[in-house]
Write a protein that binds this ligand. Structure first.
Ligand SMILES: [Zn+2]
Ligand SMILES: [Zn+2]
Length: 325
């Protein structure tokens, strides 16, 4: 391409003084720069750059690099990129959000979208972690105020293996943590999130109650459980596929009781007791394990665990080196 071409990231600078060095291996200084260079990589059809800057925890991450590359190329070739508009950028330590509108058309149809994307820094590298999408221009997605996402603890970090402490008092710190945990769970598209997964070794978790409908599973309201205790598991068990935000890309069938009784304290400080079943029971049992220092992979039989181990070792390396490939 001509050397003096304007950068496709819409910065108004020349490509060679803007995104080209990043596409050739220079690390971006911040998440906004990464967001722009990823947009430019879509425009220029550089799938390797998209892949190498995607966090393994991203819902878009795929182990099948070949088919991932093919679909990225299909998107790049099938789209006309008109303009990128940055609506908002927030950064705090190792986390950042960038909200942008990409003016795009596909086969002469307007395919403009707004995304609140979420970035995570591992070692010196900013990586794309995921995003919430909406059609067209959606300035209502811009949140004012501070970034309220929390860094996740990933497979291999000791906090995930600790027995968490009782919460003595539901003070403002606990309430603030709950709010930030809910925001983080939603951003990561998790069904549940336990405090140890965000580096707090205390007995607290939040879930987005899955509700079974005719079309599958829908998300209901968020629930908060403080100092929970599980008892009276049913003899009947069921095997269901589980994943975990702390162990991205790995899924396995886990056998657990169908029902159990949960005693817990609500955010308002009231002690409650409920008999749980269905998806709610499943998610609560998974999160409850987290505050006991147990991961779902511990619940698999030894032959299954042995099969997973190489993938886990590989994942641990990727998560802690910050290199997606
Ligand atoms: Zn650029
Ligand atoms: Zn989990």
């Amino acid at each position: 391409m001509p050397k003096d071409i304007l950068c496709p990231c819409c910065s108004g600078k020349e490509y060679r003084n803007c995104c080209q060095p990043l596409h050739e291996g220079v690390l971006p200084e911040n998440a906004l720069q990464l967001m722009r260079s990823r947009y430019a990589a879509y425009v220029l059809n550089l799938p390797d750059y998209i892949i190498s800057t995607t966090h393994p925890g991203s819902p878009y991450y795929s182990e099948n690099i070949f088919s991932w590359k093919r679909s990225l190329t299909k998107f790049s070739r099938g789209s006309t990129f008109h303009r990128l508009e940055i609506l908002d950028f927030k950064e705090k330590d190792t986390l950042a959000t960038v909200t942008f509108t990409a003016f795009v058309s596909q086969n002469d149809h307007d395919a403009t979208f707004t995304e609140k994307s979420y970035f995570e820094k591992t070692k010196d590298r900013w990586l794309y972690r995921g995003g919430q999408l909406s059609d067209g221009r959606a300035p209502n997605m811009v949140t004012t105020g501070q970034l309220r996402l929390l860094p996740l603890a990933y497979y291999g970090e000791p906090v995930l293996r600790r027995m968490a402490d009782q919460i003595e008092e539901i003070n403002d710190d606990v309430k603030k943590l709950v709010e930030e945990m809910i925001e983080t769970m939603n951003a990561c598209e998790g069904l549940g999130l336990a405090a140890p997964q965000v580096h707090h070794s205390i007995r607290l978790f939040v879930i987005r109650t899955p509700i079974e409908t005719e079309d599958g599973v829908e998300l209901g309201p968020v629930q908060v459980f403080i100092n929970p205790h599980l008892s009276a598991p049913s003899n009947e068990t069921v095997s269901l596929s589980e994943g975990c935000l702390s162990i991205p890309t790995i899924r396995a069938e886990v056998e657990r009781p169908v029902e159990a009784t949960l005693t817990y304290t609500s955010l308002e400080g009231e002690r409650m007791e409920r008999r749980l079943s269905g998806w709610e029971a499943r998610v609560v049992m998974h999160e409850y394990d987290h505050i006991e220092g147990i991961l779902f992979i511990d619940r698999l039989d030894p032959s299954e665990q042995a099969k997973l181990q190489p993938f886990l070792n590989n994942l641990e390396k990727r998560l802690h080196d910050g290199k997606a490939l």
